[in-house]
Ligand binder design. Structure first.
Ligand SMILES: Nc1nc2c(c(=O)[nH]1)N[C@H]1C(S)=C(S)[C@@H](COP(=O)(O)OP(=O)(O)OC[C@H]3O[C@@H](n4cnc5c(=O)[nH]c(N)nc54)[C@H](O)[C@@H]3O)O[C@H]1N2
Ligand SMILES: Nc1nc2c(c(=O)[nH]1)N[C@H]1C(S)=C(S)[C@@H](COP(=O)(O)OP(=O)(O)OC[C@H]3O[C@@H](n4cnc5c(=O)[nH]c(N)nc54)[C@H](O)[C@@H]3O)O[C@H]1N2
Ligand SMILES: [Mo]
Length: 677
C-alpha cells in the first residue's frame, strides 16, 4: 500500500489537492490534503469517484476501429498507427499539413499537453482554433481594465464585509469557495447573489437579485449611477488610480434605476438598496462567475461590473477586489497573454483560423486547404461546443477522424480510430490553477492498463512511422521512462526556481503569488491606471471605450414562437461532459430534466414530471419537466454536459455565437419553446 499526494487536473476552479491510496496496483481511496489552504476541506463527489473512474469497465483500454455499421472492433497499436499514418501521408500530400485539424480542449490540465502542438509542428503544421468555450470574455474585460488577470488569495475572501457572487454558483462549481464565504459570514459579512436562478449558492445569501439574463451590464451601470448620485464614490482613489472617470460619470448619468429596472426586471428599490450596500459596506469582493459572461454583450457587462470595484476603491486591498480568474500560476501558459490565442497565422506552420464558438460553421468553410482530417484530444466538442448538429455534420464531412479518449464519448463515437487515453494517475505532470495560487505535482501512481499509452508515446510512435527524425521527436516528446518525463518537467520548472522535490512535498505557491493582488496599485494597462476608458476596447473589439450595455443576442419573444430563455449552467456532479456515466455519480445525480417555473409550465398544460419537448429552430430535446419556483419566470434551465446518447445534449439548441470580446461562446443567448411531448 502506498499513499501519494496529487491534484485533480479537471477544468474546475478548485483544482483540489488530493491524497490517494494505491493498493495492489489499484486506486482504493481518495482524501483531501490540508496542505492546500484553498481546498483543505477535501474532495467533492467527483473526486471520490476516481476510485471507480480509474478502473472503470467503461474505459477504453485498446485502440478501436470503426466499422461500416458504426460499431467498433479492437485493433492492435501497430494497425492503429499504420492506418492513421497512411491517411495523414495521403492527405498531407494532397492538401498540405494544414488540412489536419488539431482540436484540444479542457479535459485535463498539465504541462505535457503542450506536446500535442509540438508534434503537429514536426508533422509540418496543422489548423487549430482560437478563442475558448469557457471564460475569455471575462478575461479580456479584466485585462482591458486592470491590465492582468490576478486576484487576492482565495482565503482573503474571509476579510470581506460584502461578497457579491455575480453569476457564479460556487456551491456547485467551486465548492471550496463556500467555506471561505461562510467564514466571512460568520464574521458578519453580507452575501449578495445575482442570478436568474435561485441556486444552492443563493440559499446562503442575504440578498438575491434575480435579473433577466443578459442584463447585468444595465444593472451595473445603474448601480454606478446611484453611487455617483449619492456621493458614494471614493474620490481620492479614483483621482489617483482610475482613467476615464469623468467620461464614465457622464455615461452613467443616463442610467437611472428606473431605466435599469425596466430592462433587468428587478425593482428599482432593489437596485437602490444593492447600490447602497456596494457604496457603504467595505471592503467588498465582487466574485463574477463565468456563467454571466456567456452572452453576446457580456464583455462590456463585465467591464461595467468591474467599474463598481474601481469607483468604490475596492481594489488592491485585503478583503476587496475582483475575484474572476487568478492566473498567478499560469507561469508557463498562453492564457496569461490571451492575445497569443487570437486568430492569425503567426508562423505559417500552425494556422489558427477556426473560431471555437463557431466550430461547426468554420470547419466546413475552411479553404486553402480544406480540412480533411481531425485529431481530437482532451475534448468532447460534439456535445460541448455550440450547435451540436453542425459540429457533428462538420466532423462527418471529414475523410478521417482520430479521437484520443478515456471513454466512448459522443465525439469518440464519430472517430475512425479511437486511441485510449491515459488518466492522470498514469503519467507525472505539473499543473497550475485559475483560482488558487498553487503549482502542484500529479505524480504517476498507477501503471496504465497494458493497452494504454500516454499521448507522448502515441505521438512518438506516429512520428516514427511518419519518418520524423528521431532526435527531433526526442526533443519534442519526453519519455518513455518516468525519469525522462521528470527531467523534462524539471527543466520547464527551472525558470520559476521551483523544483520537483518541492512539489513532491506539497503544493507550492507560485513565484507570482500575491496575497493581495495589485497591492501596489500599479496596473499593467497602457495608462498604468485602472481603465474605465479603454482605447484598446474600441480598437481591438469595436466596442465603446466605456463600459456599456445594449440588448444583444437571441432574445426570447414573449409573444413569438420562442418565448423562453434557455440557460445551460454547470452542475455539481459533473465537469461538463465528464463523470456522468459513472455509477458513483449516477446514484446521486438526477437524470436530465428541464427546470421550469410552475406558472410557465401550467400555461403550457405541463404537469410536474411530465415529458416535454424543448425546442427551437436548431433542434429539440425531450425531457421530463421539473417545477422550480426558484427560477425566474420566462427562463428554463438544463445543465450542460449530458451526452447525445443520453438524449440531452443541450447544445443541440444553441447557436454558435461569439461574445463581444475574447472570442468566447455566448452559450446563454438562446430562446426556446416548451410544449407537452
Ligand atoms: N461541479 C462543477 N464544477 C465546475 C464545472 C462543472 O462542470 N461542474 N465546470 C468548471 C468550469 S470549466 C467552469 S467554466 C466553471 C463555471 O462555473 P460558474 O462560474 O459558476 O458558471 P456557470 O455554472 O456557467 O454559471 C453560473 C451561474 O450563472 C447564472 N447565469 C446565467 N445567466 C446569467 C445572467 O445573465 N446573469 C447572471 N448574473 N447570472 C447568470 C446561471 O444561472 C448559473 O447559476 O465551473 C467550473 N467548476
Ligand atoms: N451549453 C453550454 N455548453 C457549454 C458550457 C455551458 O455553460 N453551456 N460550458 C462550456 C465550458 S465553460 C467548457 S470549459 C466546455 C468544456 O468542454 P470540453 O473542454 O470539451 O470538456 P469536457 O466535457 O470536460 O470533455 C473533455 C474530454 O477529455 C477527456 N480527457 C480527460 N483527460 C484526458 C487526457 O488526459 N487525455 C485525453 N486525450 N483526453 C482526456 C475526457 O474523458 C472528456 O471526454 O464546455 C462548454 N460547453
Ligand atoms: Mo469552463
Amino acid at each position: 500500500m502506498s499513499v501519494h499526494l496529487t491534484a485533480c487536473p479537471r477544468n474546475c476552479y478548485s483544482t483540489c489537492s488530493l491524497r490517494v491510496t494505491v493498493e495492489g496496483g489499484r486506486l482504493v481511496r481518495v482524501e483531501g490534503a490540508a496542505e492546500n489552504r484553498a481546498t483543505a476541506e477535501g474532495p467533492c463527489l467527483k473526486g471520490l469517484s476516481y476510485v471507480e473512474r480509474a478502473h472503470s469497465p467503461q474505459r477504453i483500454v485498446e485502440p478501436l476501429r470503426r466499422q461500416a455499421d458504426g460499431s467498433f472492433r479492437t485493433i492492435g497499436w501497430d494497425e492503429a498507427i499504420e492506418s492513421i499514418a497512411s491517411q495523414l501521408e495521403r492527405l498531407r500530400a494532397a492538401h498540405g499539413p494544414q488540412t489536419v485539424l488539431y482540436y484540444s480542449a479542457s479535459g485535463t490540465k498539465g504541462l505535457l499537453n503542450g506536446c500535442g502542438l509540438a508534434f503537429w509542428r514536426l508533422f509540418g503544421g496543422c489548423t487549430t482554433t482560437y478563442g475558448d468555450l469557457c471564460w475569455p470574455a471575462g478575461l479580456e474585460a479584466t485585462r482591458l481594465t486592470l491590465g492582468a488577470n490576478s486576484h487576492n488569495a482565495p482565503w482573503d475572501l474571509e476579510n470581506a464585509r460584502l461578497i457579491v457572487l455575480w453569476g457564479k454558483n460556487a456551491a456547485e462549481t467551486n465548492v471550496h469557495q463556500m467555506p471561505h464565504v461562510q467564514r466571512a459570514q460568520d464574521r458578519g459579512a453580507q452575501l449578495v447573489v445575482i442570478d436568474p436562478r435561485r441556486t444552492e449558492t443563493a440559499e446562503r445569501a442575504d440578498l438575491l437579485l434575480q435579473l433577466r439574463p443578459g442584463t447585468d451590464g444595465a444593472l451595473a451601470l445603474a448601480v454606478g449611477h446611484v453611487l455617483l448620485r449619492d456621493g458614494l464614490v471614493d474620490r481620492d482613489f479614483v483621482e489617483a488610480h482610475v482613467k476615464g472617470f469623468d467620461e464614465y460619470a457622464r455615461a452613467v448619468a443616463e442610467w437611472e434605476p428606473a431605466r435599469a429596472a425596466a430592462i433587468t426586471e428587478l425593482r428599482a428599490e432593489a437596485i437602490e438598496a444593492f447600490a447602497r450596500q456596494v457604496g457603504t459596506v467595505k471592503p467588498m469582493t465582487l466574485v463574477p462567475g463565468f456563467g454571466m459572461q456567456r452572452f453576446t454583450n457580456s464583455g462590456q457587462a463585465m467591464r461595467a461590473m468591474l467599474a463598481l470595484c474601481a469607483i468604490t476603491g475596492n481594489l488592491g486591498k485585503p478583503g476587496a477586489g475582483w475575484m474572476y480568474a487568478n492566473l498567478q500560476t499560469q507561469v508557463f501558459s498562453q492564457v496569461k497573454d490571451p492575445i497569443d490565442c487570437y486568430p492569425g497565422t503567426p508562423d505559417g506552420v500552425v494556422r489558427v483560423s477556426l473560431s471555437t464558438a463557431r466550430l461547426g460553421r468554420d470547419m466546413p468553410a475552411a479553404a486553402d486547404p480544406p480540412l480533411t482530417f481531425a485529431w481530437v484530444e482532451r475534448g468532447n466538442p460534439i456535445p460541448q461546443n455550440p450547435e451540436t448538429s453542425r459540429v457533428l455534420e462538420a466532423f462527418r464531412r471529414l475523410e478521417f477522424r482520430v479521437v484520443v479518449e478515456e471513454f466512448l464519448t459522443d465525439t469518440a463515437r464519430e472517430a475512425d480510430v479511437v486511441l485510449p487515453a491515459k488518466n492522470f494517475f498514469e503519467q507525472t505532470d505539473v499543473i497550475g490553477a485559475y483560482w488558487h495560487p498553487y503549482l502542484q505535482l500529479r505524480p504517476k501512481v498507477l501503471e496504465p492498463p497494458p493497452g494504454v499509452q500516454p499521448e507522448t508515446e502515441i505521438y512518438r510512435a506516429l512520428g516514427r512511422r511518419l519518418g520524423i527524425d528521431e532526435a527531433a521527436l526526442a526533443a519534442a516528446l519526453p519519455g518513455p521512462s518516468d525519469s525522462s518525463i521528470e527531467a523534462w518537467l524539471a527543466a520547464k520548472l527551472a525558470p520559476t526556481g521551483i523544483t520537483l522535490d518541492q512539489l513532491r512535498a506539497g503544493p507550492v505557491l507560485s513565484p507570482e503569488f500575491e496575497e493581495v493582488a495589485f497591492a501596489g496599485l500599479r496596473f499593467p494597462t497602457p495608462s498604468g491606471k485602472i481603465e474605465l476608458w479603454s482605447d484598446e476596447a474600441r480598437a481591438r473589439w469595436g466596442v465603446p471605450e466605456l463600459p456599456s450595455w445594449q440588448e444583444a443576442g437571441e432574445r426570447p419573444d414573449p409573444a413569438g414562437r420562442f418565448p423562453l430563455h434557455l440557460l445551460t449552467p454547470n452542475t455539481k456532479n459533473r465537469i461538463h461532459s465528464q463523470f456522468g456515466h459513472l455509477e458513483t455519480i449516477r446514484r446521486m445525480a438526477p437524470a436530465p430534466f428541464v427546470a421550469i417555473h410552475p406558472t410557465d409550465a401550467r400555461a403550457r398544460g405541463v404537469a410536474e414530471g411530465e415529458r416535454v419537448r424543448v425546442f427551437n429552430e436548431r433542434g429539440e430535446l425531450r425531457l421530463p419537466a421539473r417545477f422550480d419556483r426558484g427560477l425566474k419566470r420566462g427562463c428554463v434551465a438544463i445543465t450542460n454536459g449530458f451526452w447525445l446518447t443520453e438524449g440531452a445534449a443541450v447544445n443541440l439548441l444553441s447557436e454558435g455565437r461569439e461574445t463581444d470580446m475574447g472570442h468566447g461562446a455566448a452559450f446563454h443567448d438562446n430562446a426556446v419553446q416548451v410544449e407537452r411531448a
